[in-house]
Design a protein around this ligand. Structure first.
Ligand SMILES: [Zn+2]
Length: 660
């Protein structure tokens, strides 16, 4: 029995029927995700470390070097805090989050080590961990910001300063690094810190009733509990979920305690951090988008661990609100730069879309945890949408350049950067891609669910029998999937295969015999229960039509427009492939759209092309307006997958085309 099984058994008396992701090293990915993961393992992981050094993060955490002081200026000024003693006139600098960037960098490196040994990087990470070991205080406390830059201020501003968020990312890094290398040092450091946190915060008398303004610690503590088998970390995670938004409001009390006026809060409303009301009462996705996704991920973990249906009901309301009113077609979310988050229903501007890479990555985290409660395409389809589009758009094909914002329209000036003052996104997409195998499958006592398709091999034990499952496919470019199941001895279990919502038709064969797919399918998954023997073959053919997608008429920015998709991929047009300014293009409803295999383009993609119409620019004699509409001329339109945009010469980009 594993430690996590022991933990579950001790808590409930019997293990729950919950689906757990396969650990990263048990899935070898090739093909599309193999290329992405290879780019992260060979380039991104090293780049992340190098950029952390260049940003002077190591100077901040190394107690043997002089503190770099404040390198990045404070921002988010709030007048009350400017006037209060001991504060520097503003509340937050992104430098406060450096521990989190290092945590995610460690996590990316850890997952990458499964794919490719990298002793040089491993040595560098070990040295970073040694620095944290020397930095940690006697009582277990560990924050490079509050120890090195603002000493004496710990636990005074959970609302703004990301203290527990940083702890959460270091915990996630510690868990991943322990699993990848067997080295426990950072794990032990973070257990000591988590114990310290539990001694300061919690429901017991004499403890602060606080929680973090930026969620993250909740899901991290669940991981820590699972890897150590220590239930106390699960209890602390549940406390943070339960306490959020309760009255009297902790952030009010905390502000008063440091001599600030709670009403002078920069973001005006606690919706910003989803702490306006208790989480079980929430029914609208509000505030900062990444925070929201991390909170819902933590809630989903606790719902699964405790069998808590009150959380599940709230999560389903929030899921509906996000996916029916507030989600870009790319799986991007959070349209506004002001609050890095949500605005009002159906407000989905394209050119100014904030759609932070981290928010889409966060949606993948949330969706994958909803699948812990059982296979359901309601969540898996959106996970796939966010994965293939709005999240990996944040990483260049070669793994070296990044997007923070992921707009759906660009005049050509939105280009990838080497690094960002707030570098949360690069290591977030890095760790997600490097651990992609664990999103493919989840395992229950006598069932395996296949959520994602792609050339890959998975190894797992079911009912004590080791099984190898191989997917041979060109997915996402082709919908034909050949799955081979090879148990070491015959074993009965249920194989759940997702039938994506975008597929217009699917055929299933088991060992060459056609099977009635509809009869087997519920919640978007076909459930194949049988006694599996070596060499059993399942063939799933997913029809992958080119689709024209339209937005709900309430979305003003997409009125009269159409987007193109094929399989899980959303497409866009880029200037470099098209002769006309993109805003002049119209795609007639009658136009036939063709798919083309382009093995030499953008690392190998399928492009779409059609005969379109363009507004002609002649006959205007330098005029700005006239009564006669522009003439239409025929032109060829070529579209590429959205995730691959801005990997060639800079230029315009457009997802939503004019519909003719
Ligand atoms: Zn980010």
């Amino acid at each position: 029995m594993t430690a996590s099984q022991t933990a579950r058994t001790a808590r409930t008396g019997k293990p729950k029927l919950a689906f757990r992701p396969l650990p990263v090293p048990q899935v070898d990915v090739r093909g599309f995700w193999g290329d992405r993961a290879e780019a992260v393992a060979t380039r991104t992981a090293d780049i992340l470390y190098d950029r952390c050094v260049e940003a002077r993060m190591l100077e901040q955490i190394d107690p043997d070097r002089p503190s770099p002081g404040i390198v990045i200026p404070f921002h988010s000024p709030s007048p009350d805090e400017a006037a209060s003693p001991g504060f520097t006139g503003s509340t937050v600098t992104t430098q406060m989050f450096w521990d989190s960037d290092l945590g995610k960098t460690i996590e990316t490196a850890a997952y990458s080590l499964y794919r490719r040994k990298n002793p040089e990087l491993e040595n560098k990470i070990d040295a970073v961990i040694d620095m944290y070991g020397r930095l940690q205080q006697e009582d277990g406390y560990l924050s490079s910001w509050y120890q090195r830059i603002q000493p004496g201020k710990r636990w005074t501003n959970l609302r703004d300063c990301h203290e527990l968020y940083c702890a959460g990312h270091l915990i996630e890094g510690a868990v991943a690094y322990y699993q990848a290398t067997g080295k426990r040092k950072l794990l032990d450091i973070m257990c000591r810190y988590a114990d310290h946190i539990a001694s300061v915060l919690g429901p017991e008398p004499g403890k602060k009733k606080g929680y973090c303004g930026h969620e993250e610690i909740e899901l991290a503590l669940v991981k820590l509990a699972r890897v150590t088998g220590e239930q106390k970390y699960m209890v602390l995670a549940k406390y943070f979920i339960d306490q959020r938004g309760q009255q009297p409001h902790y952030f009010d009390e905390e502000a008063r305690a440091r001599g600030a006026d709670p009403k002078a809060y920069h973001f005006k409303t606690y919706e910003y951090s989803q702490s306006h009301i208790p989480v079980r009462e929430q029914d609208k996705v509000v505030g900062h988008a990444v925070r929201a996704m991390y909170l819902y991920s933590g809630m989903a973990d606790i719902a699964t661990e405790y069998g808590d249906d009150t959380l599940r009901v709230a999560l389903d309301r929030l899921w509906d609100d996000l996916t029916t009113k507030n989600l870009y077609i790319t799986g991007g979310l959070g349209p506004s730069a002001h609050n890095e988050g949500f605005t009002s229903d159906y407000d989905l501007p394209n050119e100014t879309a904030y759609a932070e890479t981290c928010a889409s990555v966060g949606l993948v985290f949330w969706a994958s945890r909803m699948l812990g409660m059982g296979p359901n395409a309601r969540y898996a389809d959106m996970m796939e949408r966010a994965l293939y589009n709005g999240s990996i758009s944040g990483l260049s094909l070669d793994g070296s350049l990044f997007f923070y914002e992921n707009p759906l329209e660009s005049r050509g000036k939105h280009n990838r950067w080497k690094w960002h003052r707030c570098p949360c996104c690069p290591p977030n997409v890095g760790r997600m891609v490097a651990s992609i195998g664990s999103y493919f499958y989840s395992l229950a006592d006598d069932a395996l669910a296949v959520h994602l398709y792609g050339d890959s091999t998975a190894r797992f034990d079911i009912s004590g029998v080791p099984v190898t499952l191989t997917q041979a496919s060109r997915y996402p470019w082709d919908g034909a999937l050949e799955i081979t199941v090879e148990p070491q001895a015959p074993v009965a279990f249920t194989l759940h295969l997702r039938v994506p919502g975008w597929s217009s038709g699917a055929r299933l064969e088991i060992n060459g015999e056609a099977v009635d797919l509809e009869e087997l399918t519920s919640d978007g998954y076909a459930a194949i229960r049988r006694n599996w023997t070596k060499g059993d073959r399942v063939r799933l053919d997913l029809e992958m039509p080119i689709e024209r997608l339209y937005a709900n008429p309430e979305v003003r920015q997409d009125a009269g427009r159409v987007a193109l998709s094929r399989g899980p991929l959303i497409y866009c047009v880029e200037a470099t492939d098209n002769d006309t300014s993109l805003h002049r293009l119209t795609l007639p409803r009658t136009a036939g759209i063709e798919a083309h295999d382009e093995p030499d383009l953008l690392g190998g993609v399928v492009t779409l092309s059609a005969t379109a119409q363009a507004d002609a620019g002649d006959g205007w004699r330098d005029g700005l307006y006239r009564s006669e509409p522009p003439a239409k001329v025929e032109t060829r339109l070529t579209a590429i997958p959205y995730f691959a945009w801005d990997n060639r010469e800079p230029g315009e980009m457009l997802v939503w085309l004019r519909d003719g």
